[in-house]
Design a protein around this ligand. Structure first.
Ligand code: AMP
Ligand code: GLY
Length: 432
């Protein structure tokens, strides 16, 4: 079987890597892919933009592609699935109507209220003055969210009323290209956990829970990023909590989508806040695999990925046996370009990947490419994800850090404390 994977991040490298472990997979084509997907056997890149639906469909139809797996939210929210399905292709990823669950926070909030899914109290505003008077009346801390897709940057957890008000101004001045609505939300406290679930539109099954580190700095400080590291299975998501997430969140979401006439087949990713008293609330839904969560979940997956994905696309997930996992734990550390999440340089030569992999770690490429001289160079803010697996978190985290030591490029930056919630000694990891 030939599979087309849409996207160019660490998530897509991990998807291609996992698919290629199966004998059923003849070839993976990544659109546009990165330096890592360009270098794997039976894998190559197709240099098209992720919203070039016509180009992808032409390629897929004339090259015997059986299945298309969509990584990022942007093509999903622009209707890639609707378009390719119309051409007769099998696509894993929700139709445009379903992708609204990520693309519009106001829509997602309304769905949660309709479904009775626990979530933070919220109000939606279409103009700044009303939003600000609500903020004044409610007080801080308070959370201000731009409605549309903002690559993880549209959310401000404001400590003061003034901060919240300037976040409202930034949104209505169009800083997030989605200035029509603002969602103001009660500020929740607790630990976040990501539960990615596979669904065929009727049945929904969670993958192992993961936690990521969103902040740029050690101790979870500084600016928000797309994610600086992750680990799985997150111990906070006990079997009891996972059972509640299944019935109180995932099943309700899928039933309500169905009731709206939306046939949602793909990943439903619930970002949850678990309060100290065990209370759970949904912070957000995403319509796709998480990044970097995928890079820690897939290395633990025993069931062939394409079996699960085909069962979702063909709506027969309920017929499969339970998803099998390898046991143990995994962790990934993101190597980023100096300056990220702000401005950073591209084009720095990367060395040390084979030495890193010789330690047993797996290196997923995120922002890399091969330049004209076929050298591997940096091409994004998050450059590589070095993943370790082991019998426990100590081993997994140690393997990831043992590997990343060998990676070199000008300005490399990574956090030294990935997994500090699950391994106390990580807090004291020395900075080399
Ligand atoms: P979102 O894109 O909605 O998940 O928000 C991004 C991040 O902002 C989340 O991962 C949380 O760290 C934080 N956040 C979002 N909503 C809330 C909330 N209601 N209370 C506290 N933190 C939040
Ligand atoms: N790691 C967060 C996300 O994928 O949205």
């Amino acid at each position: 079987m030939k599979v087309l994977v849409v996207g160019n991040g660490g998530r897509e490298h991990a998807l291609a890597w996992k698919l290629l472990q199966s004998k059923q997979i003849e070839q993976v084509i990544c659109v546009p892919g990165n330096g890592g997907t360009a270098s794997m056997e039976r894998c190559h890149n197709l240099p098209l933009a992720v919203d070039d639906f016509e180009g992808m469909s032409r390629y897929a139809l004339s090259n015997g592609i059986t299945l298309v797996i969509v990584g990022p939210e942007v093509p999903l929210s622009k209707g890639i699935t609707d378009y390719l399905q119309d051409k007769g292709l099998m696509v894993f990823g929700p139709v445009r109507a379903g992708a609204q669950i990520e693309a519009s926070k106001a829509w997602a909030k309304a769905l949660m209220q309709e479904a009775g899914i626990p979530t933070a109290r919220a109000a939606v505003f279409t103009e700044a003055a009303a939003a600000k008077s609500y903020i004044k009346a409610t007080g801080a801390p308070i959370v201000v969210k731009a409605d549309g897709l903002a690559a993880g940057k549209g959310v401000t957890v404001a400590e003061t009323v003034a901060q919240a008000e300037s976040a409202v101004d930034a949104i209505f001045q169009g800083q997030f290209s989605a200035g029509e609505f603002v969602v103001i939300e009660e500020c929740l406290i607790g630990q976040e956990v990501s539960v990615l679930a596979l669904t065929d539109g009727v049945t929904i099954r969670p993958l192992l829970p993961a936690q990521d580190h969103k902040r740029i700095g050690d101790g979870d400080t500084g600016e928000n990023t797309g994610g600086m590291g992750a680990y799985s299975p997150a111990p906070i998501a006990t079997p009891e909590l996972m059972a509640r997430i299944q019935t109180e969140v995932l099943e309700k979401a899928i039933a309500t989508l169905r009731a709206k006439g939306i046939d949602y087949r793909g990943v439903l990713y619930a970002g949850l806040m678990i309060a100290p008293d065990g209370d759970l609330k949904v912070l957000e839904f995403n319509c796709r695999f998480g990044d970097p969560e995928t890079q820690v979940i897939l290395p633990l997956l025993e069931t062939p990925l394409e079996e699960l994905i085909l069962a979702c696309v063909q709506q027969r997930l309920s017929e499969l046996p339970p998803i099998a996992w390898k046991g143990g734990a995994s962790a990934t550390v993101v190597a980023a370009s100096s300056g990220y999440p702000g401005e950073y340089e591209k084009g720095q030569v990367i060395t040390g990947i084979s030495e890193a992999e010789a330690t047993g770690a797996t290196v997923f490429h995120a922002g890399t490419k091969l330049n004209q001289q076929q050298e591997l160079v940096t091409d994004g803010g998050r450059v590589l994800n070095v993943t370790g697996i082991g019998e426990n978190f100590e081993q997994a985290i140690a393997q990831a850090y043992a590997g990343i030591k060998y990676i070199q490029f000008e300005g490399i930056y990574y956090r030294r404390d990935i997994g500090h919630r699950v391994v106390v000694s990580v807090k004291h990891r020395e900075t080399p």
